[in-house]
Write a protein that binds this ligand. Structure first.
Ligand code: 5AD
Ligand code: SF4
Length: 475
């Protein structure tokens, strides 16, 4: 018999008052499952998935698996999936289809599907019926048990579908094989309780739960000791960190300050929800030089009626007041955002409100999306009479304005000296190095590879829409 535990979105929607325990990871009794074997993980979606991938890689490397980039030679392939929009899911189904032929050549290859997509009933049914070459399906709440699943499938030679709809305890001290040598993700909380009406995340990632501060501080101290230069604090809504603690009064502002006092060269955080962005947080960012002047603050729409239908809990005016407060207290800050166009019943006037907000907020970048209905969310049942053509035209108009913001943001740094964390050869021009400034601007410049991982000063000669060109100072 194959193991089968399917998800249930209705159950995932429930928010219990149950206390969330923090437990430390207990190593499995299985050892060296991967001796002489290779693994490959393909990661889709947001940084939460990238962080989960590092845990999965850590669990596999603990079992003596080694990493490969070549599908043909891998023994274990994990696809860590994203459910945020339909096109993200279609990409995964396309990839799963292609994998059938690899499995024919290498029948022992174990294919696992992880991440947000398995949390949806319809996805699991589709994999069960149409993608019979997939061996393991597991979700976001049971990453820590992956080795047991893999062992079961390897020994029993049967499929295993194990998806929990309810979040469990917080598991600390999981092994991590970090993807980067000088930049690290640090989860500070999991899940989301906002229930924006278009969004699947509160269903796929469970209720909001904050990690205890001592574990976070210990993790960051350890990273600094190992020479990490940049820490990005992760959560779907980092500003509500700590609101779920029932025994202590400790907020995101407190955490930011405690971390800023450590010797971390760069602290970033994502993602912020405007409704919880307190004055305290703004004050702490302005007070510490090692908290980067870069804030990603998703607005989603500039129309009050659309914001209401989205359940965003703020108005256009409140958002702009917050933005002005941020500009006032952190004058050098770069703001970016997320925007959805063609939300059900968005009118031409609603859309114009969004364009107006983009101008007023002076964003220096934005991720823009056409609304994609997600089964099980409230908005999926809203009447939607906006044609695809109209949606695309709105996206095009919005992107034009957003791109002007990118250029304006970059121009600010022309003929200035900026600090750059050097990442490596540029992806598009291998003869130059590239890295990011404190404001998260991409800089290209000539220099030796020995600079990779260092923070250096670069003089900016020219600003383009997507990047800055510079020369190393005093070279
Ligand atoms: N359709 C389109 N965009 C979405 N996002 C979230 N859900 C949807 C959806 N159903 C966008 C939001 C969010 C970002 C991560 O993805 O803008 O901030
Ligand atoms: Fe989704 Fe809204 Fe939560 Fe962001 S805050 S993850 S958009 S429900």
């Amino acid at each position: 018999m194959e193991k089968l535990h399917k998800p249930d979105l209705k159950l995932a929607r429930k928010r219990s008052k149950e206390h969330i325990e923090t437990k430390e990871y207990q190593k499995t009794e299985i050892i060296n499952l991967g001796l002489g074997k290779k693994y490959l993980i393909q990661t889709h979606g947001c940084q939460a998935n990238e962080a989960d991938t590092e845990v999965l890689a850590g669990l596999l490397e603990d079992q003596a698996f080694t990493k490969t980039d070549i599908i043909e030679e891998t023994d274990v392939l994990i696809i860590n999936t994203c459910a945020i929009r339909e096109n993200a899911e279609n990409k995964v189904f396309g990839e799963l289809g292609r994998l059938k032929s690899y499995k024919k050549v290498n029948p022992n290859m174990i294919i696992a599907v992880a991440g947000c997509m398995p949390q949806e009933e319809a996805v699991v049914e589709r994999i069960l019926n149409k993608y019979k070459h997939v061996d393991i399906v597991f979700g976001t709440h049971n990453v820590s048990q992956f080795i047991e699943y893999l062992h079961y499938v390897m020994v029993e030679k049967k499929r295993l579908i194990e998806v929990f709809s309810k979040e469990g305890d917080i598991i600390e001290n999981l092994p991590q094989a970090r993807d980067h040598r000088f930049k690290a993700w640090v989860n500070i909380m999991y899940g989301c309780d906002e229930f924006c009406t278009y969004c699947i995340v509160p269903y796929t990632r469970g209720k909001e739960r904050s990690r205890q501060k001592d574990y976070i501080i210990k993790e960051v101290k350890n990273l600094v000791k190992r020479g990490y230069k940049e820490i990005t604090l992760l959560g779907q809504n980092v500003n509500s960190y700590g609101l779920d603690f029932d025994n202590i009064d400790y907020s995101f502002a407190n955490l930011l300050e405690d971390l800023a006092k450590l010797d971390v060269p760069r602290i970033k955080f994502t993602t912020s929800h405007p409704k919880d962005f307190s004055d305290d947080i703004i004050d702490i960012i302005s007070k510490y030089d090692n908290i980067m002047p870069f804030i990603h603050l998703p607005v989603q729409s500039g129309s009050n009626s659309v914001l209401k239908k989205m359940n965003r809990k703020y108005t256009k005016e409140e958002y702009l007041t917050l933005v002005e407060k941020i500009y006032d207290k952190i004058p050098n800050v770069s703001l970016t955002t997320d925007i959805i166009v063609a939300f059900p019943s968005e009118t031409e006037d609603d859309f114009k409100e969004t364009l107006d907000l983009v101008e007023k907020a002076r964003f220096e970048g934005a991720y823009t999306f056409i609304y994609s209905p997600r089964k099980g969310t409230p908005a999926a049942s809203y009447e939607n009479n906006i044609s695809e053509e109209e949606a695309k035209s709105r996206l095009y108009q919005l992107n034009k304005l957003v791109n002007e913001g990118y250029l304006r943001g970059n121009k600010r740094f022309e003929h200035q000296t900026v600090k750059v964390l050097v990442e490596g050869p540029s992806k598009t021009r291998p003869d130059v190095l590239s890295g990011y400034t404190e404001n998260n601007k991409l800089v290209n410049f000539k220099g030796p590879e020995s600079l990779v991982g260092k923070i250096i000063e670069v003089y900016i000669e020219e600003a383009k829409t997507w990047s800055l060109d510079g020369i190393i100072k005093n070279s």
